[in-house]
Design a protein around this ligand. Structure first.
Ligand code: SF4
Length: 461
């Protein structure tokens, strides 16, 4: 070898990464992975092949806690050098100390959620930064864990509500809205990076800006208020030249949400609202201490549909909350029918350690909770199926998620009515002509020819 030969660069240290939990945790993972990559760390697909493993945990329900603790145990057994971050990292154990440290005293560091810098500090301590970071190798949109064509945009952290069944505020703290300029810049970057569908997430999207008193921020040199309406309008404007979708999650039925519906009717953002109602009876909502529990939800949904007939409403509910009477539950069944909820999920109430609802009187036996959940789902599915069936014959714009052989073998996509991972899909049949193709991450026009469970069946037009 001559003296002038290029020296072989030292192999980049490898970090293993496991991301558990909700879309908000996923965006934390993306921030950490982006930072790791920017600093020149590589990722490892196996625990054994890594110099260190980061586990981003979830601490919401008992099953998630167990899954997180098991994953940490596995990473410790197979690798031994583990940093823990995420919601479970902020949770106290029985003696008031840190739960993760109590169960797994050998972990190198533990942080709570949205702690990119703390995680990076711990990484630097245990696996020093590579000397020459290849910053240019990071794609403009950062590192994303979702497919390239859709992305979650987190607009705030924490929550000002205190729902009695939930411990998120004790883990994530009160609402902190991200500066509107930062949020819009991130959206622009994601669209420029090829994202065709932006999913806005937070604990309460309708509360955006409350903590900063709707402060005026700046984007592209122009003033813009830190407020849901302004945010949604701007996101719609930014998405337009890219032909991309903007979808809103975790919206509560406050009166000011009415202002968003005209934007949906004019096509600026998708006519889709994910509103976690949880129940319909005012007394149960009060016991749950739900946001907007005093609102007349049925009337509100009817007014929304009048303003935007295309609107799709998805929601989640809890059956068998402490003290729920048969009459209260019946009102929930009536609500899902009268409100014509397009997509509904339902949990049988399950006590979460540390939640104040555990102290409420009237806990129901497991069988009653489960039986009510099943009755609810039967009622909700009947509504959902009827609403899906009405789409047969319509032509829809569909975002293609899967298309083997350029779609010649058919594919799977979603219309505006389907959020990824939680709703149904559009099953696209193999085209009759070989010249008709489709590509993942692109839009296709699909005529609906039938339904199958929660999905539509369609053919390319
Ligand atoms: S709105 Fe209620 S359920 Fe949602 S995070 Fe806040 S306290 Fe929890």
């Amino acid at each position: 070898m001559s003296d002038t030969a290029t020296p072989t660069p030292l192999a980049a240290p490898k970090i293993g990464f496991v991301s558990l939990g909700c879309p908000k945790a996923l965006t934390d993972s993306e921030l950490i992975l982006t930072q790791l990559s920017a600093e020149g760390y590589a990722t490892s697909k196996t625990f054994q092949g890594a110099d260190l493993v980061i586990v981003n945990t979830c601490g919401f329900i008992d099953d998630a806690v167990k899954e997180s603790l098991d994953t940490i145990g596995e990473a410790l057994a197979e690798n031994g050098r583990v940093i823990v971050t995420g919601c479970l990292g902020a949770k106290a154990g029985e003696d008031g100390g840190n739960l993760v440290r109590q169960v797994h005293p050998k972990v190198l560091a533990v942080t709570g959620p949205h702690a990119t810098q703390e995680v990076m500090d711990a990484v630097h301590l245990h696996v020093p930064k590579p000397h020459d970071p290849f910053i240019d190798l990071v794609p403009p949109a950062g590192i994303k864990l979702t497919p390239r064509h859709y992305a979650y945009l987190k607009i705030s952290e924490g929550c000002n509500h205190r729902c009695t069944f939930c411990i998120i505020p004790s883990m994530r703290g009160d609402l902190v809205s991200r500066p509107i300029g930062d949020v819009l810049t991130e959206a622009q970057r994601l669209f420029e990076g090829g994202v065709k569908e932006l999913l806005v997430v937070s604990q309460d999207t309708s509360a955006y800006g409350v903590d900063v008193k709707y402060r005026t921020g700046f984007w592209n040199g122009a003033p813009v208020k830190t407020r849901m309406l302004d945010l949604v309008a701007k996101l719609g404007e930014i998405a337009k030249p890219f032909g991309a979708w903007v979808r809103l999650h975790y919206v509560y039925p406050y009166p000011h949400v009415d202002e968003i519906l005209p934007l949906m009717a004019e096509g600026l953002v998708l006519p889709y609202l994910d509103v976690p109602f949880q129940h319909a009876h005012p007394d149960v909502l009060r016991r749950m201490k739900r946001p907007a529990s005093g609102e007349r939800n049925l009337e509100r949904i009817q007014a929304w549909r009048a303003a935007c007939p295309e609107l799709v409403v998805r929601s989640t509910f809890i059956a068998g909350f402490p003290g729920e009477t048969e009459a209260e539950f019946q009102m929930l069944l009536d609500f899902v029918q009268e409100a014509q909820i397009d997509r509904a999920g339902c949990f049988a109430y399950s006590p979460v350690e540390g939640a104040t609802a555990n102290d409420l009187p009237g806990a129901l036996p497991d069988e009653v909770r489960e039986e009510r959940r099943a009755r609810f789902m039967a009622a909700a599915e009947a509504v959902s199926t009827a609403r899906l069936t009405r789409r047969v014959g319509a032509t829809l714009q569909v975002l293609v998620d899967r298309a083997p052989a350029m779609g010649r073998k058919g594919g799977v996509g979603r219309s505006y009515a389907d959020a990824p991972e939680i709703d149904g899909t559009v099953l696209i049949q193999p085209p009759s002509k070989a010249s008709k193709t489709m590509k993942v991450g692109e839009f296709a026009r699909v005529r609906v020819v039938g339904t199958s469970g929660h999905d539509l069946i369609g053919e390319l037009v």
